[in-house]
Ligand binder design. Structure first.
Ligand code: T4K
Length: 461
C-alpha cells in the first residue's frame, strides 16, 4: 500500500525534530522521511504538538479507556444497598429486581422482562426458550458472546455479511443464507444501531423463523414508536462497560407471554414449583445488588446520554477535517446512547493503518479499541466451520480491518475529546514518521499486535 499524500502532511511536521522515540532514544532525522522540513522552531516550544511516539508529551496524563463505567448517584445507590442488607433478600427475585424488570420493560416498550446475570446467559436462555436449533443466521461482526451463545446451545452459526453503513445484518445476505436447516435469525443492534427492519421481520415470518435480537448495545436506543419490530425477543447487556450498567447484568424482553413464562423457569434451574423441575434450566438470575446499581443507573440515563451526545458532537467537529478518519453517523430518527464512538480508518488516505493509529494512541495514554476484529468467523471454534467464510463476508472483512472505537462516557469530557481529536490530527499529519517510529519502538505499552508487526514486518504498507 502506498502512503497517499493528503492536505496538511508535512506542514506542521517542522515541529517534530529532533525526535525522541517512545523508547527514549533520539532518532535520526531520516526516520521521518524526506517530507519533513528541517527544524526551525525550538522543540521545547512545540513538544505538545508532537505525537508521543515521536517524542512529544502524551496527550493525556491519565489513561482514557473505551468502556470506563459511568457512575450514577452514590448516595442513592448506597441507600438501596442498605435496604438490601436490612431486608436480607439478596437474590431470587427480590423487590429491586422486580422494580428493575418493570423499568426495563417500560423503557423498551415490551410487555415482559426477565432480568439475568449477564447478556451472554440471557442470549443462551432466549435461544433455548425459543427452541432454536439446526442453523441460525448471525453476523460475524459482533462480540464473540453472540455466537458463543448459539454454539453452547448446540446451534450452528451461519455467518452473514453486514451493511457497511450501520454494521448490522445485511437483509439481502440473510435472505440468500436461508436453507431448510435454518430455524432462526439472531440480529445484533450493533453500536446501538437498529438491526430491525420491516423486511427482516417479513423474511422471518415468510420462512417461519424465530427472530431474536442481541441488543447488548442498545438499551434505551429506539425510535419514537419504541420497539416496532421487536422480533420474538431482545436481550440487553448491563455490563459495567455499557452506558447503563448493573455491574454485570442482562435482560430479555418480549411481548410473548408464553415465552416469558418459559424463560422465568429456565432462568431459575427450570423450577416450576419448590421441588418440581420442568425444563433444563440454569442459574441465570440477577441479584439485588446488581438491580440496585441498574435502577440507579437508569435514573441517570438522560444525563449519561446527553453527556455522550455532547462528546459525539465534539468528535464530529474535531474529526471533520482529519482526512481518512470517518466517524459513524447516527440516525436522528432514533434515541441514542452514543456509547460507542465508531470510526473507520481509511489507510489509503491516512497513510497509516488502523492498527498503527491504535498503537500510536496507546503512547498518548488513549486505549482505543479495534472491536470486533477479526470477526467471529476467524475465531475458535468457528474458524474451521466454513472454508469460504472470508469470501462470503467482504464487508465484514473490510470493516474489521478499519474500525477504531474511541473513548467516551462520563470519564471523558468534551475538552478531552477536543484534545484527542487534535492529537489524532497531528498523528495523521505525521503518519509516515509515526509508522516508522512504531516499527522501531520497544515501548511495552504498545499493543501486542503492533509489537508483532514490528518484529515480523519491515515494510507492511
Ligand atoms: N453481545 C454483544 C454485541 C456485546 O458487545 C456483548 C458484550 C455481549 C453480547 C455480552 O454481554 P455481557 O454478557 O458482557 O453482559 C467488554 C465487555 O466485557 C463486554 O460486556 C462487551 N460486550 C464488550 C464489547 O466489551 P472487553 O474485554 O473489551 O472489556 P474490558 O474489560 O477490556 O473493559 C474495557 C475498559 O473499561 C477497560 O480498558 C477498563 C475499563 N473498565 C472495565 C471494567 C469492566 C473499568 O474501568 N472498570 C471496569 O469494571 O469486553
Amino acid at each position: 500500500m502506498e502512503n497517499q499524500p493528503h492536505k496538511g502532511r508535512g506542514r506542521d511536521a517542522a515541529t517534530d525534530s529532533p525526535i525522541v522515540g517512545a523508547n527514549g532514544a533520539t532518532q535520526s532525522a531520516d526516520i521521518l522521511g524526506s517530507q519533513l522540513n528541517p527544524p526551525e522552531i525550538s522543540p521545547s516550544r512545540t513538544r505538545h504538538l508532537n505525537a508521543a511516539i515521536l517524542g512529544g508529551a502524551p496527550a493525556f496524563e491519565r489513561t482514557l479507556h473505551v468502556g470506563r463505567p459511568n457512575m450514577p448517584d452514590q448516595q442513592v445507590f448506597l441507600k438501596r444497598m442498605k435496604q438490601i442488607l436490612n431486608s436480607g433478600q439478596l437474590t431470587n427475585w427480590g423487590p429491586l429486581v422486580q422494580d428493575f424488570e418493570s423499568r426495563v420493560a417500560e423503557i423498551s416498550g415490551a410487555k415482559h422482562c426477565i432480568a439475568t446475570c449477564n447478556a451472554t446467559t440471557g442470549l443462551e436462555l432466549a435461544i433455548s426458550g425459543l427452541g432454536m436449533s439446526g442453523d441460525v443466521i448471525v453476523p460475524s461482526f459482533t462480540f464473540i458472546a453472540t455466537v458463543h451463545a448459539l454454539w453452547r446451545q448446540g446451534v450452528r452459526p451461519v455467518f452473514c455479511d453486514i451493511d457497511p453503513v450501520t454494521h448490522c445484518l445485511d437483509v439481502d445476505c440473510v435472505e440468500a443464507a436461508i436453507t431448510s436447516r435454518t430455524t432462526g435469525i439472531l440480529g445484533v443492534h450493533l453500536w446501538g444501531n437498529s438491526c430491525a427492519s420491516p423486511k427482516l421481520r417479513d423474511l422471518a415470518k415468510q420462512h417461519d423463523l424465530k427472530l431474536l435480537f442481541d441488543a447488548a448495545h442498545a438499551f434505551g436506543c429506539q425510535s419514537d414508536q419504541k420497539n416496532p419490530y421487536l422480533g420474538d425477543a431482545e436481550v440487553y447487556s448491563f455490563h459495567a462497560t455499557k452506558c447503563i450498567h448493573a455491574f454485570e447484568g442482562g435482560a430479555i424482553v418480549t411481548n410473548d407471554r408464553d415465552l416469558a413464562d418459559r424463560l422465568r423457569l429456565l432462568v431459575n434451574f427450570g423450577f416450576a414449583e419448590e421441588d418440581i423441575v420442568e425444563h433444563l434450566g440454569t442459574n441465570g438470575k440477577m441479584n439485588e445488588a446488581s438491580a440496585a446499581m441498574g435502577l440507579t443507573s437508569i435514573e441517570a440515563m438522560d444525563r449519561f446520554f446527553a453527556h455522550n451526545r455532547e462528546n459525539y458532537n465534539a468528535f464530529a467537529a474535531g474529526l471533520a477535517d482529519v482526512p481518512g478518519i470517518n466517524l459513524m453517523s447516527r440516525s436522528t430518527a432514533h434515541k441514542h446512547s452514543y456509547q460507542y464512538i465508531v470510526t473507520e480508518v481509511d489507510p489509503t488516505i491516512v497513510g497509516a493503518t488502523r492498527d498503527e493509529l491504535v498503537a500510536a494512541l496507546r503512547l498518548e495514554n488513549v486505549y482505543a479499541r479495534r472491536y470486533f476484529y477479526p470477526g467471529c468467523h476467524r475465531m475458535q471454534p468457528y474458524a474451521g466451520l466454513s472454508q469460504r467464510a472470508g469470501l462470503t463476508l467482504p464487508v465484514t472483512e473490510a470493516v474489521a480491518e478499519r474500525v477504531m472505537i474511541l473513548p467516551t462516557g462520563m470519564a471523558v469530557t468534551s475538552q478531552d475529546v477536543d484534545r484527542l481529536c487534535s492529537r489524532i490530527a497531528s498523528i495523521v499529519r505525521q503518519a509516515p514518521a509515526v509508522c516508522t517510529a512504531i516499527r522501531q519502538c520497544k515501548d511495552p505499552r504498545l499493543p501486542y499486535f503492533a509489537q508483532k508487526d514490528a518484529n515480523t514486518s519491515t515494510n507492511h504498507h
